[in-house]
Design a protein around this ligand. Sequence first.
Ligand code: PNW
Length: 502
Amino acid sequence: MTPTVSKWCLALVLLVAGRCGPTLAQDDFLYGTFPDGFIWGAATAAYQIEGAWNENGKGENIWDFMTHAYDGGISDNSTGDIAADSYNKYLDDVAALKETGVNFYRFSISWSRILPTGRIDQINQDGINYYNNVINALLDNGITPLVTLYHWDLPQPLQEIGGWLNEEVVDIFGDYANLAFSSFGDRVKSWITFNEPWVQSVLGYGYGGNAPRIVGSGQTDYIAAHNQIKSHARAWHIYDDNYRATQNGEIGITLDSGWSEPKTQSAADIEAAERNMQFKLGWFAHPIFSVDGDYPPVMKEYVARHSAEEGFPVSRLPEFGQTWVDYIKGTSDFFGLNHYTSALAEYSVWEGNWTSYDKDQDVSTSADPSWPSSAAPWLKVVPWGFRKLVNWINNEYNGVRLLVTENGYADLGEINDVDRANYYTSYINELMKAINLDGCNIYGYTAWSIIDNFEWAAGYSQKFGLYSVDFNDPARPRSRKYSAQVYAQIIADNGFPAPAEN
Ligand code: PNW
């Protein structure tokens, strides 16, 4: 090595060390603040908070249908019939948001509240009025609405024609999106088409724990995902063609992902962890955010090989075809990310002549026993995984503008929720490292959730709120938790200024 080269190497090492903070170990706390203009929010979803499931013209959706069934599949046999009663108490939610000091509120529209049959031939004006009231109350209080069109609550009449397995729903979703843009887009400038199509596909159409409880892992989950991706692109194009120029808003998608850490440093485990990322996040992100579009090559290869081994004449992973690949590519103005936890991934071949999405990957995942747990068995506390994940996304999708659209912690409902406050502090600190030390392009953060709510198949047994809701009291009173005070302080400080800077 010539002296010149070694000098450059030294400079490079110093540069990298300087950027990463030479003395900062993985879990060390970093003082500092987020960039000016960073936005802070909190989130909910319609079925989880609204209640009023059949009031004033609302139609039935797949969660109404599932929870009302004889064996509703909810751990505490509860329903979202009343939930936090936000249909009547939304002003209390707005007050909590205001007290927390958020810049924006992420909530979802209940499709069947504005279109009881799912289709635009029957519009429920009361539903339109309700969302107008919510939007106007937010704006009156200086809070920006961020609206999700689909947070898992498909109108039941559309399930009866196959739901996301039926490609006709792509156009029907487009009609619904069009109605939302035309009704609310004068005031709503940020839209999310789908929340976590992975959960809707894998849990709703693969393993069957969520509505509509279809079991067919490795087959129906792939089809449901395929039609949701097409539907997302359809809504984006409708906005882009007809509304962007006049309404000046933006529209994206929210994907969920944990971080997959290789269990060992063997080449097989490192590849397994990467493959697991591609199967989980890349499944939805590659068609939309990558330069080439379409499903990740490794996913196409693995599903095709497993399909052949299992005797299928063609791959169980559907094909878009070039027209759809081009139509889908680039259809998101930002990358919405929901993140909660991490897993260890290892190479593992699942034996047997059966099909499943997990078997297709040749990966097994587990939790490190040292990771603190939460009231949700799947949610372990691994703050450093958040930083690694957003760096992975930043590298994989060319510095894409990223908005964290959910992050939060489950407990049993304590008011003095120190564990949740610590979760927020440590995860938000890792996010700040990703921005200030690693240069990731992240412009906002959203806490899940502003209030306790119906946690899907876990019912009311797990709580994610910054505010508690007393579900035994018909008035559903809200009370502020300790974590809400901590989050409000982080927002007020725009991060974690060093004590001397205070
Ligand atoms: C998200 N997982 O769901 C949803 O968007 C919210 O509606 C939900 O209340 C929140 O997270 C808390 O669960 C997820 O198993 C559910 O990895 C499960 C997983 C991820 C996200």
